[in-house]
Design a protein around this ligand. Structure first.
Ligand code: UDX
Length: 442
């Protein structure tokens, strides 16, 4: 079998590590340049510095042909194709901070034998600007569509691989060859369109989530069940069933950042992208609606009420707390004078420094003990398996706000709980207790 070309990866963050490890799994020698010496040291020992299912096993298996270094020179010497996986966080203005990308471009210099393959999410026009300055440097926009918690699967079985390159650029064909074994649609396009595909895809998914969250909020007023509505909507193949799960808002390192970056890009280009303003506002308000649900059952005064948060990470199967709904919710509860306890299967350590004043417990029952209410913030599967009779005996008030509609309302009602989901006004409420929807006007 022909020797697989060595792959360079710049940045050992979540995207960089998944990219590097998966290419190593595909048989490529991989050189990863990371500026934090501590991360280089632990990764060189095969110790993963983050939680991503399946990644540690792949790192251990492929370590013999993976090199981690702080030296860009080693990367330039040993690889031609260099995936740029540095972070592009939002600045205070909401624009993407491209300083780390800029540093990489400077460090690569004027090589005419290397290609920068941009995995980092950047504003449309970034590639063109780099090409104008670095005529000899090949450039490919190859955005990632990995979801935390399923990143290895997403890499190995992509729906599509987007490759933006100038016509005739050798690197576009080289990147296409790298991804061909994985299957999935190869989308060869221009650089600007590739950059926009990434931003537009994430913004659309976030829009879908804010849309179903608003539908859920209307369902609460008119007596419909949003999980049933989503089921009926999702069977339309123009809509699809995914990303129609109503809850207490989206978080993570991508959706909030990319939606804002697209809004800013549009604004900076002279277009007011009104829809995205609404998507962002709906998402922020959705995280706060839990307070109203708590007050509905506990009264307006939450001072000294003990609220137990089940789940802290922005989604299950990750310890990532970036833009997690738990951050906004715990701050709002503190503002109401409530006492907050919490449990999360893996994010507890990261959450500690992010949630001052929150008592983070080692197990759910301790967090729930003496609580006036429990709030499911992250849909970790283990919460479905809790012994709800034991939970009821431990809590002061048997009230559960299910922020992700992940629990079985009937089970909780049978165990003596008041259950409140999102967009599910009749779930968990005995039929006779639920007021019918307001009589149709007429
Ligand atoms: C997202 C995109 O899915 C991925 O393509 C991109 O590369 C990176 O950003 P990620 O942020 O890892 O991936 O997780 P995702 O599964 O998309 O969930 C993002 C947020 O949306 C989470 O907070 C999740 O709870 C929320 N969500 C998701 C909903 O509220 N409802 C849904 O139906 C789906």
């Amino acid at each position: 079998m022909a020797e697989k070309p060595p792959i360079g990866v710049i940045g050992a963050g979540w995207v960089g590590l998944v990219t590097a490890t998966c290419f190593a799994e595909l048989g490529h020698p991989v050189v990863v340049r990371e500026i934090v010496q501590g991360k280089v040291d632990s990764l060189s020992r095969g110790e993963l510095v983050m939680h991503e299912p399946g990644l540690q096993e792949l790192l251990t298996k492929n370590l013999d042909h993976m090199t981690f270094t702080t030296d860009m020179g080693e990367l330039l010497q040993r690889t031609r194709l260099m995936f740029v996986c540095v972070d592009t966080p939002p600045t205070y203005s909401g624009d993407a901070d491209l300083s780390r990308v800029e540093t990489v471009v400077q460090e690569v210099g004027d090589s005419n034998d290397h290609a920068l393959i941009m995995k980092s999410t950047v504003p449309v026009g970034t590639g063109a600007a780099i090409r104008r300055r670095k005529h000899d440097l090949a450039y490919v926009s190859c955005p990632e569509f990995l979801k935390e918690g399923t990143a290895v699967e997403d890499f190995m079985h992509p729906d599509r691989v987007v490759i933006g390159a100038d016509n005739g650029d050798w690197a576009g064909a080289a990147v296409e060859e790298l991804y061909r074994p994985l299957g999935g649609e190869i989308v060869r396009t221009d650089i600007a369109s590739a950059e926009m595909i990434k931003l537009a895809s994430n913004a659309f998914l976030a829009t879908k989530i804010s849309f179903i969250n608003e539908i859920a909020n209307v369902c609460e007023e008119v007596g419909a069940d949003v999980t049933e509505v989503a089921r009926g909507m999702g069977l339309d193949n123009r809509i699809g069933p995914k990303f129609l799960a109503a809850g207490i808002g989206y978080g993570g390192s991508c959706f909030p950042k990319d939606v804002t970056a697209l809004k800013q890009l549009a604004g900076n280009s002279g277009y007011h992208f009104q829809l995205l303003n609404a998507v962002i506002e709906v998402n922020e308000l959705q995280k706060r609606r839990v307070i109203g649900k708590l007050k509905k059952h506990l009264g307006d005064n939450l001072v000294h009420k003990k609220i137990a948060l089940l789940g802290l990470s922005f989604k299950p199967n990750t310890d990532d707390m970036r833009e997690a709904s738990s951050l906004v919710l715990s701050a709002r509860l503190a503002g109401e004078g409530a006492e907050v306890t919490a449990y999360d299967p893996v994010a507890a350590e990261r959450a500690g420094e992010l949630l001052p004043g929150v008592e983070i417990c080692d197990d759910p029952l301790t967090a729930l003990s003496g609580a006036d209410a429990a709030v499911v913030v992250t849909e970790w599967p283990q919460f479905k398996e809790l012994d709800w009779n034991a939970v009821r005996d431990a809590m002061k008030t048997p009230l559960v706000i299910d922020g992700r509609n992940v629990l079985d309302a009937e089970t909780l009602t049978a165990a003596g709980f008041a259950y409140e989901g999102v967009g599910r006004p009749s779930a968990g409420v005995p039929a006779e207790a639920f007021d019918a929807a307001p009589a149709a006007a007429g």
